[in-house]
Design a protein around this ligand. Structure first.
Ligand SMILES: [Cu+2]
Length: 212
């Protein structure tokens, strides 16, 4: 008998090797396919939210889609320098990114509608706009903003225009450089475009800011 014959399974009707190969093969394909889908899905972000994320430093990318952020959970640390590259990947919708705590609301026929965050993360923070394309507007509110991109007709510097918030046209991006301020704790980010519809549809995430 050859080695091959010796290795034949006892029951040829249910060959162990093929079942095992099938499982491994199918598993591998599934992992690859899922990986491709998973990387862009809100589920992936949810999984990261559960398992935790590494501390973001330097270039930190946030993508907006219809209607989600990738990632939807981040960890920052007080005193770290961050270049936040916010990109709108939607082909046809505007999206923004506010960061804050608590909510301001306004009554509506269907109940209270969240309009923005009550506490604006960016208040008093020095921010440099280092790059921008297809920006609809950047309301600076109480942030101290230096804009290296010219011209910038989209910059709204007067307070009273709501939270600090870049709103991007489809395909737009903005690069914000800043040092994480001494505001440790859990913060939320969200898009309140179209009267809270985007927020409700899933455009929200959390940032856990660690102390220095
Ligand atoms: Cu949005």
């Amino acid at each position: 008998m050859s080695d091959q014959q010796n290795n034949l399974p006892a029951n040829p009707e249910v060959p162990d090797w093929s079942r095992r190969q099938f499982l491994i093969g199918a598993g591998g394909i599934t992992v690859v396919a899922l990986g491709a889908l998973f990387a862009k899905s809100p589920i992936a972000a949810a999984a990261r939210a559960i398992t935790g994320t590494p501390v973001s430093q330097g270039l930190t990318k946030v993508y907006a889609g219809d209607f989600y952020y990738i990632p939807n959970h981040m960890t920052w640390r007080v005193g770290d320098n961050i270049s936040l590259l916010f990109t709108n990947e939607s082909p046809n919708r505007f999206h923004e990114m506010m960061i804050g705590q608590g909510f301001d609301t306004t009554p509506s026929l269907t109940g209270e509608v969240k309009t923005q965050f009550h506490t604006d993360f960016w208040d008093g923070v020095h921010v440099t706009v280092a790059d921008a394309s297809s920006v609809d507007n950047l309301a600076t509110n109480l942030a101290i903003v230096k804009c290296d991109v010219n011209p910038h007709p989209w910059l709204i510097t007067a307070p009273g225009n709501g939270n600090f918030s870049p709103t991007l046209m489809p395909g737009g991006h903005i690069l914000l450089n800043f040092t994480v301020p001494n505001k440790p704790g859990v913060w939320q980010y969200a898009c309140f475009v179209q009267g809270f519809v985007h927020y409700r549809a899933g455009m929200r995430g959390t940032i856990n800011i660690l102390p220095a």
